[in-house]
Design a protein around this ligand. Structure first.
Ligand code: NAP
Ligand code: ZN
Ligand code: ZN
Length: 347
């Protein structure tokens, strides 16, 4: 077993604190790497506070993980010692069901093994995430990372990046489309970067007036402050797509009314409580509301390669792991510009 240091929540009410645990020895198909950086996703906060229910404790969060390979199993072909590697939200799946065969491991019909708050496939062993100093993972679930980009800025691509890239690709968003991005946080700022890169006209819908300049710098063509609903009057029936990244309860009906004919409201944000949707807001303009969960392995690698080619990384604020609770508090207030990333040298 491999001795590992990390930060864990012992219960849903407990702040994160130092925690020592063991990872499995490197098997023949496994890659071990030292974690250098790990992004802080709002899903980490939802889960350590058990807002979605079913939380498994002690919980070591973190699923935007990058580092350097220190050991490979004898059957590993994709990595050698010294390579950069990344892990996102999944560490395993059955690898043979219809969804796994399509590269949609996130929808594995036998249940994927998520990076934390989950079990290793076929065992009762809890998985522990990236707020820690090393990782052991099957090579199929480790992503190749280019050394062309800033590594700390690459980390958030493993979740915030793929979660926004995947729906934009699925709905073929590009030139001629009008896209609204709802919520300018970790996911939101990546959605803006990708939608702009794909050629869409992008409007930022935000509750924070102070983010207008940044939204424009990220490439958004327009910015609308949503705290005054009247400000949305000019964009009723306007958008082809809304990418909704909001983490807290909000009124979907207000935003559905902004969709043009056949428009799609794509939910990637996962507020902890259900919401009411008025049928009239769907039947008018034949609108849909849809969702999207991260992305499968082939598409995650495609996204990382696309980012390396187009020089896209996340805009980050590097933090000391000891300040993680402060970072969570700022995240709750929408005060993240635009992703906290833990420098694992501070562990
Ligand atoms: P984040 O960095 O905290 O950003 C969320 C943004 O939503 C905030 O910056 C804020 O932007 C806006 N917001 C917050 N509270 C709001 C409210 N009450 N009303 C309106 N807007 C509000 O979070 P994130 O890491 O991007 O994650 C966003 C959501 O996506 C979370 O629920 C997370 O769990 C989920 N997620 C889903 C997937 C998936 O696979 N589908 C993957 C990763 C994360 P403004 O200041 O601009 O308003
Ligand atoms: Zn995430
Ligand atoms: Zn499967």
């Amino acid at each position: 077993m491999i001795k590992t240091k990390g930060f864990a929540a012992n219960t849903a009410k407990a702040p994160l604190a130092p925690f020592e645990f063991e990872r499995r020895d490197v098997g023949s198909n496994d890659v071990q790497f030292d974690i250098l950086f790990c992004g802080v996703c709002h899903s980490d906060l939802h889960q350590v506070r058990d807002e979605w229910g079913g939380g498994k404790f002690p919980m070591v969060p973190g699923h935007e993980i990058v580092g350097k390979v220190t050991k490979v199993g004898e059957k590993v072909t994709k990595f050698k010692v010294g390579d950069l590697a990344g892990v996102g939200c999944m560490v395993d799946s059955c690898r043979k069901c219809k969804n796994c065969n399509k590269g949609l491991e996130q929808f594995c019909t036998n249940g994927a093994s998520f990076t934390y708050n989950s079990f290793e496939i076929g065992t009762a062993n809890l998985t522990y995430g990236g707020y820690s100093n090393n990782m052991v993972v099957r090579e199929e679930f480790a992503l190749k990372i280019s050394n062309k980009l800033s590594l700390s800025g690459v980390a958030p691509l493993l979740c915030a990046g793929i979660t926004t890239y995947s729906p934009l690709k699925h709905w073929k968003v590009g030139k001629g489309h009008k896209v609204a991005v709802l919520g300018l946080g970790g996911l939101g700022h990546m959605a803006v970067k990708f939608a702009v890169a794909f050629g869409a006209e992008v409007t930022m819908l935000s509750t924070s007036a102070s983010k207008e300049m940044d939204a424009k710098k990220l490439g958004a063509h327009k910015f609308i402050l949503t705290s005054n609903p009247d400000s949305l009057n000019g964009v009723k029936n306007y958008f082809d797509f809304i990418i909704d990244t909001v983490s807290a309860p909000h009124d979907y009906n207000l935003y559905l009314s902004l969709l043009d004919t056949d428009g799609v409201h794509i939910c990637v944000g996962v507020p902890p409580t259900p919401t009411e949707i008025l049928g009239f807001n769907l039947i008018g303009n034949r609108r849909s509301i849809a969702g999207s969960l991260i992305g499968g392995l082939p598409e995650t690698q495609e996204m990382l390669d696309y980012c390396a080619e187009h020089n896209i990384v996340s805009d980050i604020e590097l933090i000391d792991i000891k300040n993680i609770e402060k970072a969570f508090e700022r995240m709750l207030k929408g005060d993240v510009r635009y992703r906290f990333v833990i420098d694992m040298a501070t562990l």
